[in-house]
Design a protein around this ligand. Structure first.
Ligand code: SF4
Length: 710
């Protein structure tokens, strides 16, 4: 008898991170997963996967995963029916809004929301039905500066330039570790091979980071930089580029000499010599980098978390775009380019829209962007009483946003809380009701968000591997059910939820490749995915600014240069603080996925990863030895952590990975709590933000080490 006869093969896109790798999953007749491998016929990922892909099986089988709604009672969690849960949630939302106004309900959406086509297609209508201005998401703890700058320069928050990594000859990576993240705001499966391919074709890539990261270790060169000083390095690079007139190629982008002069005069004081002591980088090194950017056949600068989540995240991203423009590498092969996804999110976008500061947060008056307030304001606005009911959607802000302890306290005091989530975790343990959607292998998926950020144009549709049980609900069913109850009067028939697949089919058929015959059915017939080709220059057609030109000298950004200048002068005069004398940075591991995936034993086993990295000199100065447990303290909190002495980090800088801190009361994650670690965000400070965009500043948090724990 042939034992392979009842084995079926399923192809899908992994939606755990931004890389959208193709998976090949073998399942036997008992629906047991036998293997999860990379799909070699996926035109984008070409067989690559990372260790997290196998974690999909662990999530599917996880005994801690919820499949039916649960309600918190005085004696613990009780399982309730979906109808009871939907009725209670809708009635609580209505009653709180009737009593205190629409904004009394807050919403927080976590990262997985954008990795799920069901949520992306149905949550907007649910949010409209809710009508609250108190919306928050992981965006303002992550990539808000990119969106802000894209809007200011190109006219839309989603017009994000992506490095053309497959054709570039020189790539400068600042504050990013794609070998651990698998690419971020750069959807790039198999990034290690793609980076090595630059070297194989005679090019090179350089990494600048306060830590010698996994990516830095395979780079042609790694350069240390003091945390949160990237803005000065970038200013010096741009200044040098603009001074090298013969290499300027800005005319094809309709940038006038007057605009260039204005820009030059705004930044001319930031020479490589002037910024050297502040950044910790030799002026000659900066000049060599500029020469490499200018003389390579094509080059691109890419800056991610380390550059975004700091006090000048917006200005940093603007400078990166300017450097790519003025080295002649914006919207051209090997430079920074704009993908053309099959589901075109910009298809109906209008020119000249305002996305900024149409209202503000209650306490600190932080500005809204694209319908969301900065998440650093969420806890204080709850504590001030303006938000009485919170809905969290696939997010764990207690671990992933600044000053998690403050948020913990705030959630404790809410009148009511609902979480759409599969786990009872550090955040959802505060909920009154948890509504668990299907996940991973049980869902259909088309990556609406990340094809928009991809280094190659492809399209892929994934069918569910396993049918959901009768007692489970998809995310889109949950949003539709609550929305329908919110907009339907008491006693009315509740309309059945509408499957959003119809919207997906329409968007693809009438999208940019529809005329070439691309349909949802065609994608269903080819589960490996369709290759739609390399990125093509297209910025001129895509620009959505008022005058359809690139806005180089955005007024808001130019004004923020004053804040950059004040800080520069302060840093020049600064002597070492005696209070908080170290700078804290985060880090990420390939086996972690922000604050989740920690409940998979196969991903968590091995050496303790939640350590405090510290340079040998910094440790020796304090008499600290390797593996010693120390207390580390910031303005907002204190944690105890084991020390890892390593010369892979700069002196006077310390690093803790994010996503840990599972030892909180009531968390029901068996594996995660066995590897609890401490939360980086019990030290990060909600008052540290990029004042231009409102994004959280996690990089360079002032801390000090206290001794005395054995
Ligand atoms: S890199 Fe990301 S998309 Fe690819 S297998 Fe790993 S988690 Fe999944």
């Amino acid at each position: 008898m042939n034992s392979s006869i009842n084995i079926r093969t399923h192809y899908r896109a992994c939606n755990l991170c931004e890389a959208i790798c193709g998976l090949e999953i073998k399942v036997n007749e008992n629906n047991e997963i036998l293997t999860i491998n990379g799909d070699k016929n996926d035109p984008f990922s070409r067989g690559h996967i990372c260790p997290k892909a196998v974690g999909l099986k662990d999530i599917y089988l996880d005994e801690n995963r919820l499949k039916q709604p649960v309600r918190r009672t005085e004696t613990g969690w009780e399982t309730i029916s979906w109808n009871e849960a939907f009725d209670e949630v809708a009635s609580k939302l209505k009653s709180i809004q009737n009593q205190h106004g629409k904004n009394a309900v807050g919403v927080y959406q976590g990262n997985p929301s954008v990795h799920n086509s069901g949520t992306l297609l149905t949550a907007p209508a649910f949010l409209r039905a809710l009508g609250t201005k108190n919306r928050f998401s992981a965006t303002s703890a992550d990539q808000l500066p990119h969106h802000f700058v894209a809007w200011q320069m190109f006219g839309h928050p989603l017009l994000l330039p992506i490095p053309d990594i497959d054709r570039t000859d020189f790539m400068l990576i600042i504050g990013a570790n794609p070998l651990a993240s698998n690419g971020s705001l750069m959807t790039v499966p198999d990034v290690a091979h793609r980076l090595k391919a630059i070297q194989k074709r005679g090019g090179k890539f350089v990494v600048i980071d306060p830590r010698k990261t996994e990516t830095a270790k395979i780079a042609d060169q790694h350069l240390f930089i003091k945390p949160a000083t990237d803005v000065y390095l970038l200013l010096a690079i741009l200044n040098e580029v603009l001074n090298t007139k013969e290499f300027l190629h800005y005319d094809q982008l309709n940038i006038t000499p007057e605009e260039v002069l204005l820009l030059k005069s705004a930044i001319e004081s930031y020479t490589p010599q002037a910024v050297s002591s502040i950044t910790g980088m030799a002026s000659e090194t900066i000049e060599i980098l500029v020469n490499e950017l200018l003389t390579a056949k094509s080059s691109v600068v890419y800056g991610r978390m380390g550059v975004s989540v700091q006090a000048f995240g917006g200005v940093c991203q603007w400078l990166i775009n300017c450097i790519n423009i003025f080295t002649g590498n914006m919207d051209s092969e090997g430079g920074a380019m704009f993908p053309q996804p099959a589901f075109d999110l910009l298809g109906r976008a209008k020119k000249g829209e305002n996305y900024f500061n149409r209202y503000q947060s209650a306490v600190r008056k932080l500005p809204e962007f694209d319908g969301e307030l900065p998440v650093s304001a969420m806890a204080e606005d709850i504590l001030a009483g303006g938000i009485k009911n919170l809905i969290t959607v696939c997010g764990n802000p207690v671990l992933s946003t600044s000053n998690g302890t403050q948020l913990d306290t705030a959630l404790e005091g809410l009148d009511y809380m609902v979480s759409v989530d599969i786990y009872i975790n550090e955040t959802t343990r505060h909920a009154n009701i948890i509504l668990p959607p299907t996940t991973g292998l049980e869902v259909a998926h088309y990556d609406i968000a990340f094809h928009n950020l991809a280094v190659r144009n492809t399209a892929k549709y994934t069918q569910p591997l396993f049918e959901k049980d009768n007692n489970q609900r998809h995310d889109w069913e949950i949003f539709e059910e609550i929305k329908n109850r919110l907009i339907t009067g008491e006693g009315s028939d509740i309309p059945a939820p509408k499957n959003p697949e119809e919207k997906l089919a329409m968007a693809i058929q009438y999208g940019p490749y529809g005329k070439d015959g691309l349909t949802l059915q065609k994608l269903k017939d080819n589960p490996h995915g369709e290759d739609l080709g390399a990125l093509r220059p297209c910025l001129k057609e895509k620009l959505l600014t008022d005058n359809q030109e690139i806005n180089i000298n955005s007024e808001l950004i130019m004004q923020d240069l004053e804040r950059v200048k004040i800080n520069f002068e302060k840093l020049l005069k600064a002597t070492k603080s005696t209070d908080f004398d170290l700078q804290l940075i985060g880090r990420r591991h390939l086996r972690s996925n922000n604050s989740w995936m920690h409940n998979s034993e196969r991903l968590m086993k091995g050496q303790n990863r939640c350590t405090l990295m510290i340079h040998p000199e910094t440790a020796a100065n304090r008499g600290i030895v390797n593996l010693e447990k120390v207390q580390i303290e910031s303005r907002v909190g204190r944690v105890e952590i084991v020390v890892e002495i390593t010369d892979e980090i700069m002196p006077n800088v310390v690093s803790i990975p994010h996503g840990f801190g599972h030892a909180r009361r009531g968390v029901q994650l068996d594996v995660a709590t066995a590897h609890a670690g401490v939360s980086l965000n019990d030290l990060t400070d909600e008052l540290l933000i990029d004042e231009l965009t409102g994004n959280a500043a996690f990089t360079g948090v002032p801390v000090r080490i206290l001794r005395g724990i054995k």
